[in-house]
Write a protein that binds this ligand. Structure first.
Ligand code: F6P
Length: 549
């Protein structure tokens, strides 16, 4: 017997085949209310015109019938119910036997969630209180002028994004820098611009096992001791270090002595840790009140995802449209293009959030997936990328759904420049959707020998997210929306969005190969039989040149 879930999915696929026969031009021609019908607001702006966010997905290749089937799929899979279960502490990360509770980091105190016998809401709030005390003291002492946050992946991309996004709206006397790469050129560049006595290093690592972060912490410690002329493992150096980890006790064992440490928990995934102490650097720069506004914005969207009617549930709808584009219409990549220079790090952040979560081909039960899972996520900031990859978006052979993100109110006073920026954003989505046909070109008496090259096929889907301004609150709402879209996709794909086994093999092999470099052996000698000839050849070449230093 064919189960109900299979039938619902088949109906969604049938909608995909039907829609493939139509076009955005036709869909708009058929429905004058299309823009309104396919726009929703995000979160709860509490009536504040400065915090409004709206998404127009009318330029997606979708109609009411298709959306209804997607919502039926959501109902059949109980996506919202599963989201509520995640929020209540159910151990949905089965391969790691963990709850997934990043939403709890912004929950208010009236909630109570028990994990392994502990009220974790109380723990989160106790930690937030301790962080606030520390942040207030660093800010009021005015001794520290520079924070260098050391971390990689989720322990870097989130705090770096918040700092970069908000530093023009919320002025700070404390500057932040972020170092992720084990390529020491990165930390070298940052340290060159630091004054040791005024610098605080925040070492962010959930596991405290990550080689990149441990290497950078070691380099920072040596630099500090040398610059200050103090003992390397002494109290003075320790006062310039803070640790953020789920295992703070591992810090001292790896040689990182820190006067202060803040906790995250094993139930916070690295790429979901933006609302935790991992964001200590921007918290110190802007103050915890600003960070609390960021968390308020996230919480409003958490509540919308759980409580709103499916047809008004924007994170749910956009998550379903992500599935529609990737797994039904078959578009293998997705571009995110903020027309806001302050969000230039957003594509990098989303790349980890989406691809590390959903780039999998095995379902929760260990069987292979039957549909395309994560698209390739990429992007860049507008208008710059109009002069880089938009040619391919408009006329290339592959269709790439685009998400545009823009703001009505800039923080500067150059209104004409801002109007031009936003006009460009609207123009791009219009050109992608409707293109320019041969007949239109001929009607305009454009009839030169290059006419075929000027045809724009159109019918290329996009969503436009517009917010009034880039405040801490609107940023929080946007990030929570993306987190929940990833959740929606993961449920439809039937995968565990919260583990990342795929990054482990490379780490293990890197350790083996590193050992090959330092093993005493003659140049060119085949010292590790287990390597393939290509890897061995590369090692040999590197050793020969490395030994010439
Ligand atoms: O790349 C794998 C990963 O585990 C990410 O998921 C994580 O954000 C990053 O490494 C850093 O890990 P940690 O915070 O444990 O240093």
């Amino acid at each position: 017997m064919v189960d109900e879930g299979f039938k619902v999915w088949q109906r969604v696929l049938a909608q995909g085949s039907r829609i493939a026969q139509t076009s955005l031009r036709e869909l708009f021609a058929q429905d004058s209310g299309r823009s309104e019908r396919f726009s929703r607001t995000l979160g709860d702006d509490q009536g504040d015109v400065n915090n409004q966010i709206s998404a127009d997905f009318s330029k997606q290749l979708i109609d009411q019938q298709a959306l209804d089937e997607l919502l039926a799929l959501a109902k059949d899979l109980q996506i919202v119910e599963q989201f509520a279960e995640m929020r209540s502490g159910l151990k949905i990360n089965l391969t790691e036997q963990q709850s997934v509770l990043h939403t709890l980091l912004r929950a208010d105190t009236k909630n109570s969630v028990i994990v392994d016998g502990v009220d974790v809401v109380a723990e989160v709030h106790a930690e937030r209180k301790a962080i606030k005390k520390f942040v207030d003291s660093v800010r009021s002492e005015k001794k520290i002028k520079k924070i260098v946050s050391l971390g990689i992946g989720g322990s870097d991309l989130g705090p770096a994004l918040i700092y970069d996004a908000l530093s023009q709206n919320y002025k700070s006397d404390i500057e932040c820098a972020f170092v992720a790469n084990i390529d020491a050129h990165e930390i070298q560049l940052v340290l060159e611009k630091c004054t040791a006595a005024e610098t605080l290093f925040v070492v962010c690592s959930k596991s405290f096992n990550t080689v990149e972060t441990l290497s950078n912490a070691r380099i920072a410690k040596h630099w500090l001791a040398e610059k200050l002329g103090v003992e390397i493992n002494g109290k003075v150096v320790g006062e310039h270090f803070v640790v953020v980890s789920a295992y703070p006790d591992r810090a001292a064992k790896t040689g990182v002595v820190a006067a202060n440490a803040f906790k995250i928990w094993p139930w916070v995934g690295g790429r979901y840790s933006i609302s935790s102490a991992m964001s200590l650097a921007p918290m110190i720069a802007f103050g915890t009140d600003v960070f609390d506004e960021f968390l308020d914005g996230m919480r409003a969207v958490d509540d919308q995802m759980q409580d709103s009617a499916p047809e008004d549930n924007l994170p749910l709808i956009l998550g379903l449209i992500d599935v529609w584009n990737c797994s039904v219409l078959g578009y293998a990549s997705q571009a995110f293009v903020p027309y806001a220079h302050q969000l230039k790090l957003l594509p990098n952040y989303l790349q980890q959030l989406i691809m590390e979560s959903n780039g999998k081909s095995v379902q929760v039960d260990g069987t292979p997936t039957s549909m395309r899972t994560s698209p390739v996520i990429w992007g860049g900031v507008g208008t710059n990328v109009q002069h880089a990859f938009f040619q391919m978006l408009h006329q290339g052979t592959d269709v790439v759904p685009v998400e545009f993100i823009g703001f009505a109110q800039p923080t500067h006073r150059e209104i004409s420049a801002h109007d031009t920026l936003i006009a460009n954003m609207f123009a791009q989505s219009k050109a992608l959707a409707f293109g320019r046909s041969l007949a239109e070109l001929k009607n305009k008496n454009i009839d030169d020998e290059n006419i075929a090259h000027q045809v724009m096929p159109g019918n290329r889907p996009s969503t436009t997210v517009l917010a009034s301004g880039l405040s801490a609150r609107t940023l929080g709402s946007l990030i929570a929306m993306y987190e929940h879209r990833v959740f929606v996709q993961g449920v439809v794909f039937g995968i565990n969005s919260f583990d990342q086994w795929g990054v482990e093999l490379g780490k293990t092999l890197a350790t083996e190969i590193y050992d090959s470099f330092t093993k005493p052996s003659e140049v060119g000698q085949n010292f590790q039989d287990s390597h393939d000839t290509s890897t061995q050849g590369l090692i040999d070449w590197y050793r020969r040149h490395r030994n010439n230093r």
